[in-house]
Design a protein around this ligand. Structure first.
Ligand SMILES: *[C@@H]1O[C@H](CO)[C@@H](O)[C@H](O)[C@H]1NC(C)=O
Ligand SMILES: *[C@@H]1O[C@H](CO)[C@@H](O)[C@H](O)[C@H]1NC(C)=O
Ligand SMILES: *[C@@H]1O[C@H](CO)[C@@H](O)[C@H](O)[C@H]1NC(C)=O
Ligand SMILES: *[C@@H]1O[C@H](CO)[C@@H](O)[C@H](O)[C@H]1NC(C)=O
Ligand SMILES: *[C@@H]1O[C@H](CO)[C@@H](O)[C@H](O)[C@H]1NC(C)=O
Ligand SMILES: *[C@@H]1O[C@H](CO)[C@@H](O)[C@H](O)[C@H]1NC(C)=O
Length: 446
């Protein structure tokens, strides 16, 4: 449990990074954090040797047409151009992605010396690579909801953390990157993983570090199980532990919540997280708040499962489940979407890459970060846990969070949802772009 890199221990620092769309309004006294693009640029400022990036999407530079409607889209282009310039500074750029074609990646590889390795998730698990993080010089890192998509830097609400000078934890995340790196051209999952990929820290053996002069216990988790090496905790183990350790409250901000495994030959109820929430609510009287996004692909059964959680508390003193959906969208471009994926409790935070839907953890690749207050420390400084609690409350009490009414399914999508298309893989299909289908929607956006 003792940090083996004790000589750097006092330098570890962590900063919450967010992208808040410019036209989104919160009350004046709300907490705001470092803009995501500033955070990512600060990582590039620090880079000396290697920048390693994994992202489910590569689309930093929109067309001039789209940019003309979103002046801030230039931030994506600026980031891309800094990545293109790394080689000239003698800095290696390594990128892991899923199996898709991106003109930007091709240019980065062909003209700017980037090494790009693709993971054929279709062959390996039948899922997608949803991981989204950066590791810089195996020392600094970013992890969060944003992908290398201009919308993550402009129109979508994103949240993540940047951690500086934290070699032990950055190395553990780098090992997740190395695992993807080694899967290039593979069509089967190796029976044995190299020992180099085993992490230092896990749920049972968290890193005990001083971050911003505050003692925390921390580790990196990953998904799916078939990519989880010996000693690595899975995302589900991490989420379970954070839920089980909560004593007073659990706040969850997520795009999709659906306890159904739809990839199974016959869709099945998937209880891994739902069951733990029920236990926390009714047996431990932990107060639960769920903030989910209301968007085109919100499955209508989401609301049935939430009502079912709510009704569990019927006539039970101190049992409280509150649910709201976040809806600031104006069109189909996912503008204004709350793309956050985190949980914060009275004790800990979990920031991950996956939605809380059955199939995600079984088939998709993602990573997560857990930071918790040690059980026996009561005196504490302002920490990332408290800051994230404040972020959650800001969103929860904002004008965009609507209480879910019983017996009424809110209209999240314009089209009537068709059961047979409900379970299609989502999120990576961000089309249509504003302006590409009809002129009216562009006007609506402005
Ligand atoms: C990925 O694997 C699938 C299934 O094995 C195969 O059909 C496809 O061609 C592979 N893609 C690439 C780029 O190799
Ligand atoms: C809070 O910060 C001070 C210095 O800024 C440090 O001495 C103290 O140990 C910290 N407390 C905890 C619980 O980490
Ligand atoms: C509910 O909480 C209050 C205050 O914490 C406590 O006094 C009361 O005994 C609790 N009731 C039950 C049924 O647990
Ligand atoms: C807290 O627990 C850790 C390990 O479990 C121990 O090393 C430390 O001394 C404890 N601190 C206090 C203040 O009891
Ligand atoms: C940690 O320290 C950095 C640098 O001093 C500061 O910017 C950041 O807000 C701090 N983070 C937390 C969670 O307090
Ligand atoms: C639902 O979608 C499927 C496949 O796209 C289509 O064949 C079917 O007719 C649709 N059903 C309804 C009720 O729209």
């Amino acid at each position: 449990m003792v940090c083996v890199f004790a000589f750097t221990i006092f330098l570890h620092s962590i900063v919450l990074v967010e992208n808040i769309p410019a036209d989104m309004l919160f009350s004046d006294d709300s907490a705001f954090h470092l803009p995501l693009s500033t955070g990512l640029n600060s990582l590039l400022d620090k880079a000396r040797v290697a920048v390693e990036i994994v992202s489910p999407v590569w689309f930093l530079s929109p067309s001039d047409y789209v940019s003309s409607f979103y002046p801030a889209a230039g931030q994506g282009r600026a980031l891309l151009s800094r990545l293109q310039g790394l080689k000239d500074k003698g800095i290696q750029l390594k990128i892991s992605t899923g199996d898709f074609d991106s003109a930007e990646l091709k240019t980065l590889a062909d003209n700017h010396g980037a090494e790009v390795h693709k993971v054929n998730m279709t062959a390996l698990t039948g899922g997608f690579l949803e991981s989204s993080f950066w590791v810089v010089d195996r020392k600094h890192f970013y992890i969060g909801s944003a992908s290398m998509d201009w919308r993550s830097l402009t129109t979508r609400k994103e949240l993540g953390v940047v951690v500086y000078d934290c070699k032990p934890l950055a190395l553990d995340l780098h090992k997740v990157f190395s695992l993807y790196w080694g899967l290039q051209h593979k069509t089967f999952i190796p029976t044995f993983w190299s020992k180099r990929l085993f992490p230092f820290f896990s749920k049972g053996k968290p890193g005990s570090l001083l971050v911003n002069q505050t003692k925390v216990e921390t580790y990196i988790s990953s998904s799916p199980d078939v990519f989880t090496t010996k000693d690595r905790s899975s995302d589900l183990e991490a989420i379970s532990a954070v839920i089980q350790q909560a004593r007073h409250f659990i706040y969850i901000s997520i795009i999709d919540y659906l306890p159904v495994d739809s990839f199974a030959s016959v869709p099945r109820y998937w209880s891994r997280i739902d069951g733990l929430l029920r236990e926390a609510l009714i047996l431990r009287n932990v107060h639960v708040r769920l903030l989910i996004s209301c968007w085109e692909e919100t499955h209508p059964l989401t609301f049935n499962f939430i009502w079912s959680l709510k009704s569990l508390c019927m006539e039970q003193a101190n049992c409280s489940l509150e649910a709201k959906f976040f809806n600031a969208q104006r069109d189909s471009s996912l503008s204004g979407m709350n793309h956050n994926r985190f949980m914060v409790t009275d004790k800990a935070v979990y920031i991950g890459n996956l939605d809380w839907v059955g199939k995600e953890f079984t088939y998709n690749a993602g990573a997560g970060l857990v930071i918790s207050h040690p059980a026996n420390v009561t005196e504490r400084n302002s920490t990332v846990v408290e800051q994230l609690q404040a972020v959650f409350k800001r969103d929860w009490f904002s004008r965009y969070a609507n209480t879910i009414q019983t017996n009424k399914i809110p209209v999240c999508s314009k089209q009537q949802i068709n059961k047979s298309v409900l379970f299609k893989p989502s999120h990576r299909n961000y089309e249509p772009l504003p302006g590409q289908h009809d002129g009216n929607s562009v006007t609506e956006l402005l």
